[in-house]
Design a protein around this ligand. Sequence first.
Ligand code: WQD
Length: 329
Amino acid sequence: MNILVTGGAGYIGSHICVSLLRKGYSVIVADNLHNSEIKTIHKIEEITNHEVSFYEVDVCDSAALESVFVNNQIDGVIHCAGYKAVGESIEQPVAYYKNNVGSTLTLIEKCIKYNVNQFVFSSSATVYGNNVSPVDETMELLPTTNPYGETKAMSERILKDTAHANPNLSVTLLRYFNPVGAHESGLIGENPKGIPNNLMPYITRVAKGEFEQLQIFGDDYPTKDGTGVRDYIHVMDLAEGHVAALYNKAEGVSIYNLGTGEGTSVLELVNKFSEVNNVDVNYQVVERRDGDLASVYANASKAAKDLNWEAKRSLADMCRDVWTYEQRK
Ligand code: WQD
């Protein structure tokens, strides 16, 4: 089976490629390297001892994407390519709608034209808006606080409507919670350009001494210790969830949370990181960040039942593996 992974040179996409290759799939990657590097493709090949067919392509570029479909027998698609910085999406909404929604439209159009009937979409727990956690797949989606979240909700709607109009099409929407960590080899991991928006890459840069101090955005939330609670999931567990999803060839639309079902606070993660890696993380509590919710974590039971998949790596594994990567890169 040949799987096209868009954004396959990126943080989550590269880990998905490793899991696919390990399971015997052939992998084709289309990535414009906007927020990733070609060396990651070589690292995937080093880890798995398998070749990756790489195309430096913008998924929004219909003609360029067409050539990927013309030159390969594609059996399924995992669509990860997209911009994903919440704050940036508020400043640059047009770029986010054009890229994230545009790429989904261009890609699903090719799938229909070339009769590729399995489409797995990288969605996000953000689409739940301020639904009360644990959030589950039956919940109505609520407005998110940012254009990034809206692009994910819109892409979900596009794919639902397309599946309805094309009975042979199998669409699986995977709603990610908070992916962190890295492949245990330390060869691939998250390497955001500039100042990280997310918690874990910021923790690692403070631990490395690149940044002076972590700012904890608020400790007055109604949570166990007042800091924000999230469902952190090891990126390799997330990747394996995609392989499990490919076995789901049910026609129509299937929706799954990819989370652990556990809520972890900012302070708990900081303390676990320090304990596991025996390194200090200097922090200061400051004002809440606009748009942040107090607590977001998954009801993860549907994926366990239907996909026979659940996250198995611990918070300690996440902290250890991300540190191994940071030390090697
Ligand atoms: C986690 C917690 C912050 C940074 C976002 C997107 C989501 C997904 C993951 C793409 C919160 C706190 C953070 C910092 C802090 N991205 N924090 N200091 O906001 O849950 O989710 O990233 O799919 O779609 O919405 O992740 O890592 O930014 O924040 O205190 O410097 O850490 O307040 O409680 P978030 P995050």
